[in-house]
Design a protein around this ligand. Structure first.
Ligand code: NAD
Length: 507
């Protein structure tokens, strides 16, 4: 408990953003935002009432009437300004993010930076939202397309990237001419709210960007609201599937990026030092709380002899608060996440996997109350074990053995998830075979976390995604717009009459 709490002073409340104003919620339901390294209560977040959700949507609907007519250059310039403001406030944003989420300060800057790249992309909306034109498709007839905004769109975000993922959503939705209602993670909404303040400072008009906080009830209200046209969701498979089904039944366009189990294949011809560094970074960075974390390594043939060196490398990583210089692995986001991850490690042992490195209950001087788990490695992992079948979302790497690349590819393809995967090899032929035959949407070749930059779209697949179009990149332009085709003929004095045409064909 911090001094303020001991003195009976309530932590500051997180505000709703409605019609350009940061307002106090009238709810009676609140939840604490807690520093996961210290358990200090940083703020209280409201669970918005149904009336507040309706108010946010009705303001967004009203604002759409003018925002949709705003020239594309005006929209673009707001995001040019926003990217400048984010750069100027990078250190403050990262510090806020680390305090509420736990990841290290350099990684928090990375979180903000990957979102900043989408803001830069939104600033080039003039080139992205271009229609097509086919000249003279029939006599004197042209057909062209208009990519028109949908109306009020909504975003629902997870706790693990509280800067990047909101920035995947509202900049592209708003740049394409929509208005937006954002529902951030209730676990760490502070950096998201700071980004929204900067967005208003950059010139986003009242009602164009709104924020409501909450959990299940607010999410269900968003899925059901008749004035919301599209929903972008990022989070767990269970909640994402619910959102997809509920909102689709209500006629909305929905995209859901969901849970994962990302496998990396290690071939014996790989550069050993680079590969072990990459595996340790991708498995244990952000305490394994990345949807693209490598959580399973499939060691092929002689690469199975590298386990002791991998364990030694993992042991060198420093576990501490994200604010401490040199920290590699910060705390898990909550006490609940800590007990879940510890419980899964216990089940891994009970179900017969070999615990090569036990990261439970590390000594972290000065942060004895933090939710820490150090790097943990299991070998001999098989499907059917809880540590393989479930997304652990902690710093736990499962090792699997395979005799050949074919066996490794078949093993990965048999897993239901399809978010990310990687291969480590010096063989171009093996890498090419992998890229062709692996049934996973985002493929790394000697790149452990192959999240594409916004020139492309995030392309998770199979059980990791519902909906056809990904967030950001070219695909999201189609997600946030309705394609209208216009087929036009203009008569002038020289046009000769063609009589009545009773056929379907254009003449
Ligand atoms: P979560 O599903 O618990 O929460 C996501 C959002 O849904 C939050 O805003 C939360 O308030 C809301 N929510 C939670 N429970 C709900 C319920 N019962 N009904 C309706 N809404 C509910 O996810 P999380 O724990 O915040 O994030 C971690 C998960 O997100 C992991 O599974 C991770 O793989 C996934 N993730 C996926 C991607 C991707 O791009 N595929 C990216 C980041 C995170």
């Amino acid at each position: 408990m911090n001094a303020a709490a001991q003195a009976g002073v309530l932590a500051p409340s997180v505000k709703l953003l409605i019609n350009g104003e940061f307002v106090e919620s009238k709810t009676t339901q609140w939840r604490n935002v807690v520093n996961p390294a210290t358990q200090e209560v940083l703020a209280r977040v409201p669970f918005a009432t149904p009336e507040e959700v309706n108010l946010a949507v009705s303001n967004a609907k009203q604002a759409f009437k003018t925002w949709r007519k705003t020239p594309i250059g005006t929209r673009a310039r707001i995001f040019l300004k926003l990217q400048q403001l984010i750069r100027e406030n990078m250190k403050e944003l990262a510090a806020l993010l680390t305090a509420e989420q736990g990841k290290t300060l350099p990684d928090a800057e990375g979180d903000v930076f990957r979102g900043l790249e989408v803001v830069e992309h939104a600033a080039s909306i003039g080139n992205l939202q271009l229609g097509e034109l086919a000249n003279n498709v029939a006599n004197g007839v042209d057909t062209y397309t208009l990519l028109q905004p949908l109306g009020v769109c909504a975003g629902i975000t997870p706790f693990n990237f509280p800067a990047m993922i909101p920035l995947w959503m509202f900049p592209m939705a708003i740049a394409t001419g929509n208005t937006f209602v954002l529902k951030p993670s209730e676990q760490d909404p502070l950096v998201t709210m700071r980004l929204c303040e900067l967005a208003l400072e950059a010139g986003i008009p009242p009602g164009v960007l709104n924020v409501v906080h909450g959990g299940e009830d607010v999410v269900n209200a968003i899925c059901d609201h008749p004035d919301i046209k599209a929903i972008s969701f990022v989070g767990s498979t269970k909640v994402g599937t619910h959102v997809y089904n509920r909102a689709s039944l209500n006629g909305k366009r929905v995209q859901c990026m969901m849970g994962a189990k990302n496998h990396a294949i290690v071939l014996p011809d790989a550069n050993k030092e680079q590969t072990l560094n990459a595996l340790a970074g991708a498995a244990f960075g952000a305490a394994g709380q990345r949807c693209m974390a490598v959580s399973v390594a499939v060691l092929v043939g002689e690469a199975q002899n590298w386990i002791p060196e991998l364990v030694e490398k993992a042991k060198t990583l420093k576990v501490s608060a994200g604010t401490e210089p040199g920290t590699d692995v910060g705390p898990l986001v909550s006490c609940a996440a800590l007990s879940r991850v510890e419980g899964l490690i216990e089940r891994g042992i009970a179900e017969g996997a070999k615990l090569e490195l036990d990261g439970r209950r590390p000594q972290v001087p000065g942060y004895e109350k933090g939710n820490f788990v150090g790097p943990t490695i299991f070998s001999g992992v098989q499907p059917g074990m809880s540590i393989y079948d479930q997304e652990i979302f902690g710093p736990v790497l499962c090792l699997v053995a395979a005799d050949s690349i074919d066996e490794a590819i078949a093993f990965i393809n048999a897993n239901p998830n399809g978010n990310g995967t990687a291969i480590f090899t010096q063989s171009g032929a093996a890498a090419r075979k992998f890229q062709e035959d692996i049934d996973v949407g985002q493929v790394g070749i000697n790149v452990p976390i192959p999240v594409p930059v916004p020139l492309f779209s995030f392309s998770g697949s199979r059980a990791s995604k519902l909906g056809d179009l990904g967030p950001y990149g070219k695909q999201v332009i189609l997600f946030y717009t309705q394609t209208k085709t216009v087929t036009a003929r203009w008569f002038d004095d020289s046009t000769t009459g063609q009589g009545v045409n009773t056929t379907i064909s254009l003449k």
